[in-house]
Design a protein around this ligand. Sequence first.
Ligand SMILES: NC(=O)c1ccc[n+]([C@@H]2O[C@H](COP(=O)([O-])OP(=O)(O)OC[C@H]3O[C@@H](n4cnc5c(N)ncnc54)[C@H](O)[C@@H]3O)[C@@H](O)[C@H]2O)c1
Ligand SMILES: O=CCCC(=O)O
Length: 539
Amino acid sequence: MGQFTRPMKMQWAITRQSAGPSVAAHNQMAAASAPMLRNAQRCSLSTINVKDKLSSRYLFREAAIINGKDFPSAAHFPVYDPATEAQIGVCPDLTPRQVDEAIAAASNAFSSFRRTTPFERAKLLREWRDLVMESQEDLATMITLENGKPIDEAKGEVAYAASFMDWFAGEAPRAYGDVIAPSVGANRAITIKQPIGVCAIITPWNFPAAMITRKVSAAIAAGCTVVIKPDSETPYTAIALAKLAKIAGIPDGVVNVVTTKSYLKEVGEKLCTDERIKKVSFTGSTNVGRLLMAQSSSTLKKLSLELGGNAPFIVFPDTPVADAVAAAVTSKFRGSGQTCVCANRLFVHESIYDEFCELLTETVSGFKIGNGLEEGVTHGPLIHDRAVNKVEAHVEDAVKRGGKVLVGGNRAMEVGKYFFHPTVIRDAKPGIRIMKEETFGPIAAVFKFSSEEEVVALANDVEVGLASYLLTKDINRVFRVAEQLEYGMVGVNTGIVSDCATPFGGVKFSGFGREGSKYGIEEYMTIKSITFGGVGAPY
Ligand SMILES: NC(=O)c1ccc[n+]([C@@H]2O[C@H](COP(=O)([O-])OP(=O)(O)OC[C@H]3O[C@@H](n4cnc5c(N)ncnc54)[C@H](O)[C@@H]3O)[C@@H](O)[C@H]2O)c1
Ligand SMILES: O=CCCC(=O)O
């Protein structure tokens, strides 16, 4: 195994110590280049010392990671805490030329990493998983600082992120090929699966850890190397994960992280057009997904696109209202409504509509919004101004067309600039914007329906098809409706469909490809068939 052995605690301690000078040197550089800060759209009044909040200070790094090392750059962009608007640090604003170095590192590393055995890769993934869970508190603190979600939810995200490492450690040795009887009777054929090569991993801000590990764990299990480009709102969790990958013994160059803000379009184009990259795996909006697909066509890259949703949440009359509300709250308000699988449209049968709206309003009234690091806070801020503006516009539109706000309905400026009161709207009408657009915020718009036929038609009347939910005790209805829903995922009597063991992905404009499950690793492999001529007697 050579370089792939488990790092002893002693080696880890050495790595921790040696991390010090390079971070200090980097920080000096960052301070020197402060006047060069680019793209400072927000003007922060204060700064947060993130390291003082961590037990492993080395995990907070204001550097890209290329070939296992901190990669300094003269230009930086600032990163802010959406709860307090305080600056939490700066990050290298890399140019496409600098990103080229990451691609070169991943490409060099691929030539040896592809030859490791699946068992070696499984061991590395488990080592990485253990370190991530040992760092759960620190990683969660960074997630809360850069994304805003409450600390307990952030800890849950770390565990969810680690579950993909565990899952794909198990899948690595199970990437079986086939034995085939070809049409020429004396021939025999087999297939083998091989890693596709260097992969570009482009991820959003709403799950700064899990969207990365869901892709990268599968890529590593398959024997690929990666260049990760996290969102510029949430880069530090990605960088810390790459640091832990190095400590876990994952060879240099296998996991690279590039950060950029001013050069986003150019870096995106570079990742899509560079011939050394064989696959782009993207999670984000449908519009950016379309652009990346168009850009990738010249080099015919394999693509996985996990795009936006507009989940229907359908409550049939035989569902106990308390169960329906509990599932709706989990589905709708997780991450303050900022997940791609959040219920966006709540359809409730007319016979239990009033009771449902009343209990939902009572439950939502009990939420406590605030800084996710504070005790008792159940819901954090939205990520930025654009997000708050969209939520506000959706509420105004729903009200203009007859919707009634039962709780919330406005910004919570008294808590912070990016906070919006969790909102319940009843008498939502099919013509409102929420019906067609993903809100990505804490607005529960409740629609009334009378028949199964009507609600299935309404649920399917959108361009996207990621997650959907239905609540009923009638098993025949479960199959009838689930099979008609034009969605990649259907949750039955639950508000959560996400699990490392089940295929995650969409249809229609929600994209294609599946993550997690036994299918996730396939996205990072190619199938080769090997035919042996005239080796057997005809069958
Ligand atoms: N299907 C899923 O699994 C899933 C998961 C999470 C989020 N989402 C979707 O993501 C969206 C929310 O995130 P967002 O609006 O910030 O997404 P976004 O598409 O704007 O950004 C996602 C990522 O793409 C990058 N990006 C943006 N423009 C780029 C370009 N021209 N070239 C290369 N990279 C570029 C961003 O920096 C970020 O890293 C929602 O629609 C949500 O539903 C989907
Ligand atoms: O935001 C999209 C991903 C959500 C999840 O994996 O549960």
